[in-house]
Each structure stands twice: as C-alpha cells, then as structure tokens.
Write a protein that binds this ligand. Sequence first.
Ligand code: ADP
Ligand code: MG
Ligand code: MG
Length: 883
Amino acid sequence: TKWVYTFGDGQAEGSSGLRNLLGGKGANLAEMANLGLPVPPGFTITTDVCTYYYDNGHAYPPDLEKAVEDALAYISRQTGNVFGDPAKPQLVSVRSGARASMPGMMDTVLNLGLNDETVVAVAKAAGDERFAWDSYRRFINMYGNVVLDVAHHHFEEVLEIYKERKGIELDTELSAADWQELVKQYKAIVEQETGKPFPQDPKEQLWGAIGAVFGSWMNSRAIKYRELHAIPASWGTAVNVQAMVFGNRGETSATGVAFTRNPSTGEKELYGEFLINAQGEDVVAGIRTPQDITEKARVASGSTRPSLENALPDAYAELVRIYTLLESHYRDMQDLEFTIENGKLWMLQTRNGKRTAKAALRIAVDLANEGVITQHEAVARIEPAALDQLLHPTIDPKADRKVLVTGLPASPGAACGEIVFTSEAAEEARKVGRKVILVRVETSPEDIHGMHAAEGILTTRGGMTSHAAVVARGMGKPCVSGAGSVRVDYAAGTLTSGGVTLKAGDILTVDGGTGQVIVGEVKMLEPELSGEFATLMGWADSVRRMKVRANAETPLDARTARNFGAEGIGLSRTEHMFFDAERIVAVREMILSDDEKGRRAALAKLLPMQRQDFVELFTIMQGLPVTIRLLDPPLHEFLPHSEAEIAEVAQALGVSADKLKARAHALHEFNPMLGFRGVRLAIVYPEIAEMQARAIFEAASQVAKETGETIKPEIMVPLVMTSAELDLTKARIDAVAKEVAQETGVTLDYYVGTMIELPRAALRAGDIAKTAEFFSFGTNDLTQTTLGISRDDASTFLGDYVAKGILATDPFVTIDREGVGELVALAARNGREARPGIKLGICGEHGGDPATIAFCEETGLDYVSCSPYRVPIARLAAAQAAL
Ligand code: ADP
Ligand code: MG
Ligand code: MG
C-alpha cells in the first residue's frame, strides 16, 4: 500500500480527486502543486494510515517509517536542507486534514525540527538571530500545547511577566537575546509540567506530532463534532508534513488569509487580511490587528497601515494572478492561506470558502452570469435551508447586544417588542399598534391569536417541535423556545434570568435564528427578496416539476405565501379560524347543545363568519387551487380548562358552571390524538361538515361572480381510515353543493378528497381513491400513527434514538423513508391505479423539508405544501430534486 504522497515544485503524486485518501488540505495542496503554483514541498500521510492505526492498537504500518524517510529526502532534494541536520536543518510544519474540515482536530505545529543546535544554524543561514529564536519559542509553545498538552497560559504568563519586567509592550520589540532567554524559560515550563525535558531529537518531535494528529481523531471534541455532522469515524484524518516558509523574517515577510470574493456580501473582490513579520495563525489570533490586502479595502476601513498592495506590490500581483487562476480552476469562491518570505509568495491552502446565505446567492448567480458555471449548477449550489436566513428580518451582526439568556433557535428571524405574558394582552396591544413579544412558559392552541398578534415568541419550556415552535415556524414568526433558566411569574407579571428581572412592558428582542434573548432594542436588517434571490428562484422554477403550495388560513398567511411564490393553498386548517374570541362563543354553544337543533342554531351563527374567511382566501388566491380541510381537532380543545375560565365562559353562555364542567368531563379523552376527531366528527355531527361545506360553496360562488375567476374548491376530509367514512361524508357535501347551486344559480366544479394520515388509509388507498378525487399525505399524523410515537411526547427519548443511530434523523423533521415513505409510495401507486390522474400532495411540516421534498419528487407527487415562509425553500429544494 502507498501510505505517503509527496507534492511540490510543479508536481504531486496526489490531486484534488483523492480527497478521501489525502483529506481536503492534502488533496488541494497536491492540486495547487500540479497547477504549478508555489507550494512549499511536503507530503501527506493518508487517511488509510489513520484507519490502520485504530484497527491495530495504535500501531503504524511497518513500512510507514521508510516511506516517511523517503518523503523527507524528497523535500531535501527540493530545498537543499536536511531534516534533523545540525548544519543545514530543514524545518517542517505538521498539519492535520480530514475529508471535511473539522474543528476539534489537532492544531498545526510550525517550525518543527528546531532544537538547541539547529536554532543556531537557522540563525546563521538567515543571518537573523532574532528570527531564529522567535521561531524556536513559538515551536516550544505550540508543540508543548498541542502535542504535550501543556496549557497555553503557562507560556503566556511567563511572556507577560518578562515583558512587564522589561517595560516592553509589543512582542515585536523583544530582541534575539530576549527570545533566547524566554526559550530557556519555556523549556523549563515543559519539563516542569510533563516531567521530561523538551524533546531535542527532530525525529522524536516529528513522530510525536504525527501521533498527536491521529490521536486527535478520537478526542471528545472531534467525536462530538462527527456525531453532530454525521461524519463516520471510519473516514480518518490525514497528516500533512510540509517544508516551512517564514512570514516572520522581517519587513518583506508576511502571512495572510484571503477570500476570492467577499464571504459576507458575495461581492466580486479580493477580500482578506495579512500581517507583516508574522507567522501562522497570528492573523486570526487577534494579538495584533491585521492589515487590509487591497488598497480599496484599506481606504474603506480608514486604516493608516499600508495594504499588501502598497507594502509588497510584487507579492500582491502574484497573489492576484494565483487567486484568479484558483477560482476559475475550482469554479467557486476560494478561501486561501498564504505566506510571503522575503518578498516571495507561497501558497499554503485553498478550499471552497464558507459564506453567508446572501453571499452564496450572489456568488452563484455571478458565476453563472460570468459563464463559469451553468444556471443548473447555480441552483444546485444553494443550500435550501440557508434561504431561511434571508426571509426574515435579522439582527445587524455589528450591533451591540446584552444577551439575557440563550434558548433554542425554534423559528428564525429577529423581533423586538414590549413583553406581554398573555395572548389577550398581545391582541390588545396589537389593536392599538404596539409591538409585543409574547412570553409564555409554553403555548397551547388557545394562544394562536396571541402568537399572531405578537412580533415574536419566547417560551421557557418545550423543544424544537413544541407547539410554540411548530406554530411559530408556520407563521414565520421568530421564536425562542425552551429558555429553561428563565423564570416566568404570571401573577407578578415578571420574568427573571440570571439575576435580571424584567416586567410586562419592558422591551425585549428575540433572535430565533440563534436562540438569543436580548434586553432592549437591537438594530435589525430587513430581508432582501429582489436581485440575486429573485434571479436564482427564477432559474429554480424553470427546472422544477412539482408545484409548491402553502399551508395558510389567514389572509396574512395567504398573502405572504403568494409573495413567496406559492402556487396555491395545500392546507387550510379551519379550526384555527374558530379560536377567534368572537367565534369561540358560538363554537362552545354548539358543543354544549343537547341536540342537533341546538347545534344547527349555533352553527348558523358561525356560517357567515366562516364564509367570509373563505371569500378572503379565494380572493387572494385568484383562482389558484385552495384545499380546505374540514374541522379536525377534538371538540374539547375549544372548551375552557381552569376554574376561573369555566366560570367566566358559563356566565357568557348563560349555562351553569356544572353543566359546562360535565360536558368537558364527558368529552375528556385519554388519548386525544387517537380520539374523537377528524372525519369522526363529521360522521357523528354531520351538521358541522355541512355548515363548512356550505360556507365554502357560497364563498366560491360569490368570488367567482365578483371576479370572474374559475374557483374550484378542494374539500379535504381528515383522518379517514375506511372508504365508507369518506363515502358518507362526500354524499353530504355533494348534497350541500346541489342546494347551494340551486340557491345561487351557479354550478361549481369542486373536488372532494382526503388526507392519508392513518396506515389503514394508506393500505386501502385503492378503495378510497374510488371516492377521493385527491390525496394529501398528512405526514405528521401518519408518522405518529405508523411509528406509534406521539410527537408531543417524543422529546424524552427521540434524541437518544438519533444519537444511537436507531433512527437516522428525527422522523418528524425528515420523512422516515423506510416506514412512512413506504406507505406513501404504496398509497400513491394504488390511488393512481384506481383513479388515473388523481392529484397527490403532501402537507404538514415535512412539506418544507428538503430531504422529504426529494422523496416526494422520487415518488412522483404533484405538489408539496408547507408553511408560507418555507415556500422559497421548497421551491429550491423541489428544483434540486428534479435536476
Ligand atoms: P488550519 O487547518 O487550522 O487552518 P493549517 O494547517 O492551515 O491549520 O495551518 C495554519 C497556518 O499555519 C497556515 O495558515 C499557515 O499560515 C501556517 N502554516 C502551516 N504550514 C506552514 C508552512 N509549511 N510554512 C509556513 N506556514 C505554515
Ligand atoms: Mg486552526
Ligand atoms: Mg488553514
């Protein structure tokens, strides 16, 4: 087996294609060498060695030592120096590099090969004592820290004390003699902390560092990172050993980092920082303030220190030549690391640069317009989920903030307002135009109106799939959930965290993208939906096959959905319309009625309000399809719970509190999710479905008349398990349609379909499709009922299931392909067989998840429906799935 790959001087044994074997850093160093770029010579020890090391009780392959010897000899042939030679010593860096860049891995060790003897030779060869001793002390510090585990602060303290005693402020003012003295002290620290003298043998140093890189693959930080990012341990890391070049040799030497385009805005300009007379990570370490690379940036920043362009113009010109070449070679924005030694530029790293969502859009669109990549590639390059950052106001990253607490980033965007503790207070404030943040321990369906009225939501309990989180995401409202250390005292009207107490009316800012809760107001940036965003979405739409609809019930949601490009409403949940303060009285009256007559009387009061809801939706959607779901939740959700509320409601309705309690008691369910809900309501109380159907048909004929649009409502019956349930309900709906047609003189076309959300319905989809004119897969309930897991109770164990690899991902976020997905595929197949051309869609949280959308494309569904704020994400994901 070939364990070691060399690179340097216009050639390399590896290339960027060997990323798995050489790691990202090693593969790109090889690629740059192949391109003839100035890369210090070196070699990569492959990830296979890492695997071997762990498979064989921390032992190396027997022939590795020889391969490393040969590779060191290769470096010597290029540089004329010899590793470990006291007269002409070659110094090297040892750098880790996995396939994917991975924090947690060993930090780079520079200047390896220095000892008490070679330091003298280096000083002589360079004609610079100070440089040699500065390099040596850096080496002892780095090696001591990353290989021997001596804490960095030991070295820092000694340096600080030394500088203080000498009355010196900057490291740059220290002389060769100072560094020589400090080297002595540094070595003493190592001996004191490890019980052994600092290793003087360069071979021992080298193998020590190589071992530390492989060892770091299994440190707890790296393991945790791999867990979070689903990186298998079997990948292993590579080790790069590379001849040193020195940015700390004086005023014509420097080190720096650069991006080929601006990583936060995407603007096409060389962007970066450098430091004269510095080494390695000095630029990012923050000890000295770095300088701008271009003159333009220097002018913009107002810096008085020269740009690289002015200070070292030849090296700058070379950097410009190389960055242009690298960007067109990799066909993407690059993140570069370089060092200049005595005016000569050396490349030490290149990789595709990390960027903000905004920059990603701009760069993809620009590269396509420049002809570097195709439009399809541009579409493929944008991470759909990243668009979320762009669709909401966000906190200005430059703004100062006083963070009270950090909870879970439950729904993105930032919002600011006065604290309120009840949904009623939120609504009242909203009416008079005040902006509020609704703070609750947790939220329930009764808080929907309060959540609508609030700018943002903060809860102290509940996770990423809690009621507050799910509803807030659906509304596109910023939400921080599960801020467990916040104490809410409803009675006192206060919230307390870390000794700070805020009261109702105080200003609070929540950042649902980071989970930060901030005291007071912070400067915000508005979303930008034109420009590159619009261009890229246009390209995405031109390759997309599936339609994208939105889940929406309020006019605001429907309008937002249209703005974001929704092509219809895939789910309008009528129960949300019933929680409105005015209507809930009639809803409760209906529930409390003793007979059908009483119920019909109460429903008659609801009819005009419900009709108006649909008039608004049909009007906003201008003839696009609108799917309306009949009442779904169990009736007890509409009844009051606390004694105080019961008394109040009883009085309002003119019934006794006892009667109300008795009814609530009778409706109580042990497992409401599997209780008296969905189509079961329509079977037992058909008058409810009839009222809703009437409201739909009357609204549709009214809007059709007013606007001249063809309105073809889609009525969706929830929680069907047998075709008989649907047959009965459809017969009622058809009868209402006839009545309305007679009354209005308008004959409407409409569809009656069903949600497929129970396994039995999926299995019997062929029967059901004989009646159903469309299916919408309700994957939330279908997941709950297929897995037998209640979403609201899953948080206690689901995390362990994912961590232990029993489930690949949270099945409430991404569809469980093997189980739920299999049912969806089966139902789609049998449904189509029974009714060719039957419309198939998916609604619920999964409809906005890119991985689930890919599944929907494979299964050949006609559309996905998701919350309005996820519509652009779904459009892009559907396009990528179709590519
Ligand atoms: P990271 O993965 O943390 O970026 P690197 O291995 O890229 O670590 O090393 C960090 C820095 O160390 C580089 O950006 C470069 O400035 C410096 N460095 C690494 N190897 C060498 C070398 N052979 N000569 C000079 N500087 C080096
Ligand atoms: Mg680092
Ligand atoms: Mg680097």
